[in-house]
Design a protein around this ligand. Structure first.
Ligand code: ADP
Length: 536
């Protein structure tokens, strides 16, 4: 509905005031206020805030200009039409300079006055509309900014929730997120039982102390059950429930309540909770799948471990008999027979390495790999490793240099495992270096660690391969690698062992030039006892 236009008429002449009042009263929508001099007019203008002022120029005390100046000084932005007895260009310029909308020269006709008022009001209306639009835009902008902020919060909450895989931790984190995003007084998460489909409250927290009001006709559980049943949000003022859905499947419900203050939830809260429920459902499903994968992984590890164990006995037996044959214990062998036996022994050895590597990997994955930690000499483990590899290195005419100073302190490690690390690295250096290449082992003391480098002048490793080097079963596609026997388990085990001993391993390599594997072992602290170190 359009409200009346309030016009303040300031004139010391009663007849003029009456003339204006009558002229305005003949039209609808005007309310007239009257002042008989400039001072009174100014006061009324400031206290009554009229929509328009018709003000005489010549008045005792305060004249029209002074009224205009005083109003501008007070920042009162009311449109003014001045009434003057004489017209001249000079006065018109002065009036407009002061921001007066229009002027009327006495005597003026009612029509003339109406036209001036209409012009002034149209201008004011347009300005007000522009201001309202600007305000609207600013409000919309503010609204948009807070929505963007909400989306950003939701996104970050969603990310942190979906990256969490332990179920209990996850459910607690989802409630934290609900409180953070919705600002509810209490929240609960229910999950559906796989068999019966019944909802069971998994976590419930009330963070605002106080008596909860039982004003709803339906309980929180009923509300959640309904949300889960119809697959959409349900609300009764101060309680709100949304389903947790994975695709079309409902896996539970998320409920919030303001039962202490009874503040109702808005449509916007409902949208936010629905969005959060999407993240939560995915995260819960992920956690469930992750647990399943872990179980399957454990079952696989146990199976591999069992098979590896069962294969050990027959392999030892095959190796024993092949050894006897090779030594001629049961009679001399013809040259082709000797060759065959050697092939059998080589392959049995490969199988034994494979089985032993598989068992190590399984133990690492199930946390059953135990190290016999004690102060040891690195040189001793290196000697054992060299015994196992020197023959192969020499057979390929590769030059071997060992630079391990006698003065090196004892390291804290499992000597057999340290030898295994070195054997693996030396064996790789040998396998992936052509005939006549150079293999070098160096060790030195630095910052409480013994640093050991095993380097070669072999085929090298590309940067892409280096990124995957220590992962299980990784072998380069390089034909030079593929023509060499291997399982791709060695480096994965080496890295695990180095880290279990408290060190780290790095690789530096250039294709066609060679590779350096650099690992560290902590120096044994004086008085350090031997001990058993298992995986956590
Ligand atoms: P395996 O030697 O049985 O294949 P590893 O886990 O010991 O398994 O090594 C994984 C892969 O890393 C190798 O297949 C090879 O591609 C690459 N690699 C390891 N050591 C070297 C080396 N010294 N020079 C070049 N490539 C290497």
């Amino acid at each position: 509905m359009k409200s009346d236009v309030r016009v303040l008429v300031v004139d010391d002449s009663r007849p003029v005031r009456e003339f204006i009042a009558q002229a305005l009263a003949s039209r609808e929508g005007f309310v007239i206020l009257e002042a008989s001099d400039g001072a009174e007019g100014l006061e009324m203008a400031l206290t009554d805030s009229p929509d328009l002022i018709l003000c005489d120029l010549e008045m005792p005390h305060l004249n029209g200009f002074q009224v205009v100046d005083a109003l501008r000084a007070q920042q009162a932005d009311i449109p003014i039409i001045l009434i003057t007895s004489y017209g001249s260009e000079t006065i018109a310029v002065e009036l407009f300079r002061k921001g007066v909308k229009d002027y009327l020269i006495k005597p003026f006709a009612a029509e003339e006055m109406h036209a001036a008022i209409e012009r002034a009001l149209t201008e004011v209306r347009l300005r007000q509309e522009k201001e309202a639009l600007t305000q609207h835009l600013a409000a919309a902008n503010q609204e948009l900014r807070s929505r963007v902020q909400e989306m950003d919060t939701l996104y970050r909450v969603g990310k942190s929730v979906t990256s969490m895989l332990s179920r209990d931790q996850l459910l607690e984190r989802i409630l934290d997120a609900v409180f953070h995003v919705i600002g509810a007084e209490e929240a609960a998460l229910m999950l559906a039982d796989k068999e019966s489909g019944r909802l069971r409250t998994e976590v419930h927290r009330q963070r605002v102390p106080g008596e909860v009001q039982h004003l709803a006709r339906r309980s929180a559980e009923e509300l959640a059950a309904e949300a889960a049943h119809k697959g959409d949000a349900t609300a009764t003022g101060a309680m709100l429930s949304v389903p947790l859905k994975v695709g079309d499947r409902v896996i539970g419900a998320l409920g919030v309540g303001n039962r202490v203050s009874t503040r109702p939830f808005s449509g916007h809260d409902r949208q936010l909770l629905l969005a959060l429920a999407d993240y939560a459902a995915i995260a819960i499903e992920n956690a469930r799948l992750y647990e399943k994968v872990r179980q399957a992984d454990r079952a696989k590890s146990e199976f591999v471990s069992f098979v590896a164990h069962e294969l050990r006995t027959p392999l030892t037996s095959i190796r024993g008999y092949a050894d006897l044959l090779a030594k001629g214990t049961v009679g001399p062998l013809a040259p082709p027979q000797e060759e065959f036996i050697r092939t059998i022994l080589r392959n049995v050895e490969r199988m034994q390495v494979l089985i032993s590597d598989l068992r190590d990997v399984c133990r690492m994955e199930t946390g059953q790999l135990h190290l016999e930690m004690k102060p040891v000499r690195l040189a001793e483990s290196l000697e054992n490793a060299l015994q196992a590899t020197r023959g192969q290195i020499e057979a390929r005419s590769q030059r071997l240099t060992v630079e391990v100073p006698e003065s090196l302190p004892l390291v804290y490690a499992d000597p057999a495992r340290l030898a295994q690390i070195l054997t693996n690295l030396l064996s790789n250096a040998h396998k992936y270096t052509p005939e006549g290449g150079h293999i070098r082992v160096r060790a030195w003391l630095q910052n409480g660690y013994v640093h050991c480098n095993v380097s070669d002048t072999g085929i090298g490793i590309s940067p892409e391969d280096q990124a995957r080097l220590f992962t299980k079963f990784f072998r380069s596609e390089d034909p030079a690698v593929r023509e060499t026997a291997g399982t791709g388990l060695g480096l994965c085990i080496v890295k695990n062992l180095v880290e279990l001993q408290g060190g780290e391993i790095k690789v530096k390599s250039q294709l066609g030039k060679g590779t350096i594997f650099a690992f560290t072992v902590p120096v044994a602290v004086e008085g350090e006892q031997g001990g058993d170190l298992g995986l956590p």
